[in-house]
Design a protein around this ligand. Structure first.
Ligand SMILES: [Zn+2]
Length: 395
């Protein structure tokens, strides 16, 4: 097997060009200059070492008026399989892994149960899953892990993860040691946002908010083109925005937080209080659709609470686009079910948002969509790609 070429030393312009091409896939040199604000000479100097390292290809195939005297413009393309990444979403009972190319297209995926979720046992299981996904693919160069809770992405430490019962676990360091691969660890909701930023609705946006509605309410923010980590690891806690001071008790100790009204555990508990015990979130949506008054009321209140929470985000940040997703919005593996799962909450989210968003903040585009587990893993893979393109060629 041929040795992998040594990474060249890249200038900041080289990094900028690589980032742009990983986002777009390909571009003419002229378009690259326009998109990055670099001169044609700087583009030439930036592209050369990346071509030599085998990360880019250049073809003269696309006829264009850009070329002088009618010559076809040369198109620079990222070689998406030159560096592969593995993304893994870690939960206390299952791990979802994907093998992706540099544009985060899923080449392979694998879900495995988690036996023991103590840190040491889990690191071994992550390493095994990485080995299964990378089998026979020497191009695999990095791993991204997505974990719920308070994660220090810079050090790869999980400071606190309530679902895993972990405190201060050097997860990134341990997985890197076991696999020999560059390893990135990120909070799971921020990982989803990173995926949107590189490959989804966030491409080209400077501000974006992503809210997940499940057992908890998660939120990740992109502000001025940067993912917000918060000075103390906490930012965008929309789940604990106050909706109703007389509302249900929240696990944070306050009353009437968004999460205490719209979190799926809270929705199910309120249905149980109304005499409907043992339901899943999809059952509540089904009951609401059939007009059952308790289900209609509980989901309407949940939707309004989420709408109030995202209006707060819009009022504070003026986000261009707000994505609302998660298991309470719809996570069924069957697309046909996904289509139906969030229709009940949608009008209540929008009505509360429109009522609460101040002035032009109401222009934020609101999008509700279902969430599949593979999306979490793909977000983790996007973090690995981001780390690769940001640090490639940097000493
Ligand atoms: Zn709370």
């Amino acid at each position: 097997m041929p040795a992998r070429p040594q990474a060249p030393t890249l200038s900041p312009a080289g990094t900028r060009v690589l980032q742009q091409l990983v986002m777009t896939g390909d571009a003419s040199r002229t378009a690259l200059a326009t998109d990055t604000g670099l001169t044609p000479g700087a583009i030439t100097r930036a592209v050369r070492p990346l071509l030599e390292a085998g990360l880019l290809d250049e073809t003269g195939g696309r006829a264009s008026t850009e070329g002088a005297l009618g010559r076809p413009a040369t198109v620079v393309t990222v070689r998406t399989e030159a560096h592969l990444v593995i993304g893994i979403k870690v939960t206390a009972d299952q791990m979802f892994g994907v093998l992706c190319d540099l544009r985060c297209r899923v080449l392979d995926e694998l879900t495995v149960p988690v036996g023991d979720h103590g840190p040491e046992a889990l690191v071994s299981q992550v390493a095994d899953l990485v080995e299964r996904l990378r089998s026979g693919r020497p191009e695999v160069g990095s791993v991204g892990l997505a974990v719920s809770g308070d994660v220090d992405a810079a050090s790869g430490h999980v400071a606190y993860s309530p679902f895993l019962g972990w405190r201060d676990v050097p997860l990134g360091q341990e997985v890197a040691r076991r696999t020999g691969l560059a390893t990135t660890v990120e909070n799971d909701v921020r990982a989803l946002l990173t995926g949107e930023r590189w490959y989804g609705v966030g491409r080209g946006l400077s501000s974006l908010a992503l809210v997940t509605v499940g057992t908890g309410i998660g939120c990740a923010l992109l502000v001025n083109g940067q993912v917000v980590h918060g000075s103390f690891g906490v930012a965008g806690e929309v789940g604990h925005v106050l909706v109703d001071p007389e509302g249900p008790l929240c696990h944070c100790g306050n009353r009437g937080c968004v999460e205490a009204i719209a979190g799926s555990a809270s929705i199910l508990e309120r249905m149980a209080q109304a005499g409907f015990a043992g339901l899943g979130i999809g059952d509540v949506a089904e009951l609401a659709r059939s007009g059952q008054p308790d289900a209609v009321r509980v989901l309407a209140e949940a939707g309004s609470a989420v709408g109030t929470g995202i209006a707060t985000i819009a009022n504070l940040l003026g986000a261009q686009h707000i994505v609302i997703t998660g298991e309470a919005i719809g996570s069924s593996p069957e697309p046909a079910d996904d289509e139906r799962d969030y229709d009940v909450m949608d009008p209540h989210v929008r009505a509360a948002f429109e009522q609460r968003a101040f002035g032009s903040a109401a222009r934020s585009a609101i999008e509700l969509r279902p969430l599949r587990f593979v999306d979490w893993a793909r977000g983790a893979a996007a973090c690995a790609v981001e780390d690769f393109v940001t640090h490639y060629g940097r000493s």
